[in-house]
Design a protein around this ligand. Structure first.
Ligand code: SF4
Length: 617
């Protein structure tokens, strides 16, 4: 993945150029690639523009950045000139609709990816930016990528317009869509275009989606493809939508996945198999590029999203958890790709002399912190099993808490490092399958007063629908945690993440969860209402009312029921009283209204109960 022609490349600049002035100072008259992004430009590996831009630069390509263009102005898109190879367009680190609206479809007032938290990107940013660029530069290739493009790559239910939308490449005038993590794809596209290969031949790059004409497609042989139900089918039949989801889902493995095709009214979208996972050495290389970990100095106000991650370290990619409400398996995949300990330690050592570092490493993790180092012999060569999830019950899954413990010890022994935190979530069910004293170690050294975990629910059929560990594992985890706390002068507390309104969850299930929260005196700050984001399994259930793998019906809370479920999660808040009361009536649990110790709400709205910080009365 390193430079193809190191002799010709410019040294890495302190920041990628964002203006003609900065380009001139570097001696660049024409950029090879121009990134257009909905996020502010922050030179940190958690921000895709910085990561991908520096990799391309290291490979000998010059890269300019247009961050948060004023989308109504042509000048915003043309200020860096015409790129020699292509524009790379992304809505930013998150889908623009998720970024702009709450689960209740209320417009958010700020954007943490902008300086000062201001609103600077349009709804459906990928399409808006691409339209604009195509109008201005009709002969220059446009490559789209990032979470918004990646998770809308085929026909998908769009919660914000409450309808099935085309795959984004059928709506946006782009030439290629990069899905998943984009390093390999962008490098290959840049190298091949730079070598003079015509754009039309870039139809075989793993991890990309391209368009084909309908007549051409129908007249060709495509037996090696998984052809999923068409846009017309999935937008008119919920069963077809569910079948399309399940068929596509099964092809998301880089080793055994086949190309997937879906007809749209005017085009056919074809997805190549996912990009191959990065090796440990490749990950080390890209995370050790010379990021400043600062927002571009041209910004007058800080970018809020940077502050909590400025001194965090990515130790691995991928997650085999497969939670139904998360589309990460469609983006990073199930195979864990871990960095070497030496590389992570080197990255931390570089923090010591960086401006703003006060000795605290905010996180060492990935999508799930304690999947670092996990492996399975199947993953290299054959890919993940198509018929079962990777779980602690599988004898082939090798967990590696000891390796992570040793890494954390090395990090906290670096002179100048005072604390090393685990900010990423941990899967507590994995702890039971590995005798390493991981929980003891992180409680002693790597969490502050609160340990965040995500059981999401405590009713077995709901956790099964969510594909989360069941309540038994969470109960055993609480016991282990409390054993560690016993006798401590300064104890720590669990902060569980819970979710309301998930497919499969009923009002009586939420009453059971409220009681659990009450009886265990848990904090409930970290709760959320289910949002049907593009391409997750739970979103497919939400739209179709079906489990796509069995085609059996699933209960879907909507409207008033969803409000009641949400209120039950916050039963301690006085303003939720009438909704909670309504929910208790639906569940025939009016016995939980009153002044007895087990009651959730008092008998009369005039009586207010005081809840302490730990959820105690
Ligand atoms: S053998 Fe087990 S750990 Fe390996 S891919 Fe299959 S289910 Fe996952």
């Amino acid at each position: 993945m390193c430079s193809s022609d190191p002799g010709s490349r410019l040294p890495q600049p302190r920041f990628l150029p964002v203006s003609r002035d900065e380009a001139d100072k570097l001696g660049i008259s024409i950029f090879d690639i121009i990134f257009v992004t909905g996020d502010a430009y922050v030179d940190h590996p958690s921000f895709a523009t910085a990561l991908l831009g520096r990799i391309l630069w290291d490979a000998g390509f010059t890269v300019g950045v247009i961050a948060q263009p004023e989308w109504r102005s042509d000048r915003s898109f043309s200020r860096l000139g015409t790129p020699r190879l292509f524009f790379a367009v992304s809505s930013g680190n998150v889908d623009s609709m998720v970024n702009h609206y709450t689960a209740g479809l209320k417009r958010r007032s700020g954007d943490v990816y902008s300086p000062g938290g201001s609103l600077k990107r349009p709804d459906r940013a990928t399409i808006v930016y691409t339209d604009r660029i195509h109008a201005l530069f009709p002969h220059i290739p446009v490559v789209i990528g990032g979470v918004e493009a990646s998770l809308r790559r085929f026909a998908h239910y769009d919660y914000w317009s409450d309808r099935v939308r085309h795959g984004i490449l059928a709506d946006a005038p782009a030439d290629l869509l990069v899905f998943g993590m984009g390093e390999r794809q962008l490098l290959e596209a840049a190298r091949r275009l730079s070598a003079g290969e015509p754009l039309e031949r870039l139809i075989d790059i793993r991890g990309t989606v391209f368009r084909r004409g309908i007549h051409d497609w129908r007249g060709s042989e495509h037996s090696g493809h998984m052809v999923i139900p068409s846009f017309n089918d999935v937008s008119t039949s919920k069963e077809a939508y569910a079948r399309a989801f399940a068929l596509h889902y099964q092809e998301q493995d880089p080793f055994r996945g086949r190309p997937v095709a879906q007809e749209h009214p005017k085009t056919v979208l074809i997805q190549n198999p996912p990009a191959l996972p990065l090796s440990s050495g490749e990950l080390d290389y890209l995370y050790e590029l010379p990021y400043t970990r600062l927002a571009h100095p041209g910004y007058r106000e800080p970018v809020p999203a940077l502050e909590p991650v400025a001194f965090s370290i990515t130790s691995h990619r991928g997650c085999f958890g497969g939670c139904a409400f998360c589309a990460l398996a469609h983006h990073q995949g199930r195979i864990i790709q871990s960095r070497s300990e030496d590389s992570i330690v080197r990255e931390a050592e570089r923090f010591i002399n960086m401006p703003g570092f006060r000795g605290v490493i905010q996180d060492v993790g990935g999508p799930t912190a304690n999947m670092f180092g996990a492996s399975c012999d199947q993953w290299t060569g054959c890919g993940t099993c198509p018929d079962r999830a990777c779980s602690p019950g599988c004898p082939n899954l090798m967990l590696s808490h000891t390796r992570q413990i040793n890494l954390l010890r090395r990090l906290r022994n670096i002179p100048g490092v005072k604390r090393v935190f685990i900010g990423s979530g941990i899967r507590y069910d994995l702890l039971e399958a590995d005798p390493a004293p991981y929980l003891e170690e992180i409680c002693a050294h790597h969490v502050s007063g609160h340990l965040k975990v995500a059981p999401e629910h405590i009713v077995p059929h709901v956790t099964a629908t969510m594909r989360k560990p069941g309540p038994g594992a969470f109960d055993r985890f609480i016991s282990s945690f409390e054993e560690i706390q016993a006798g401590k002068k300064k104890r720590q507390y669990l902060v569980p993440y819970f979710m309301s309104g998930h497919p499969g969850c009923t009002i009586p299930d939420m009453v059971a969860m409220a009681l659990y929260i009450h009886d265990h005196r848990l904090y409930t700050e970290q709760v959320q209402d289910f949002t049907p984001t593009p391409m997750s399994l739970a979103t497919c259930m939400y739209y179709t009312g079906l489990d796509p793998f069995t085609l059996q019906p699933v209960h879907i809370p909507k409207g008033r029921e969803k409000q009641i479920q949400r209120a039950l999660l916050h039963f301690r808040e006085h303003e939720n009283r009438s909704l909670v009361q309504e929910g208790l009536a639906v569940a025939s649990r009016q016995d939980l209204i009153g002044s007895a110790p087990g009651c959730l709400i008092p008998a009369s709205p005039a009586i207010t109960r005081k809840w302490g910080k730990k959820g105690k009365e």
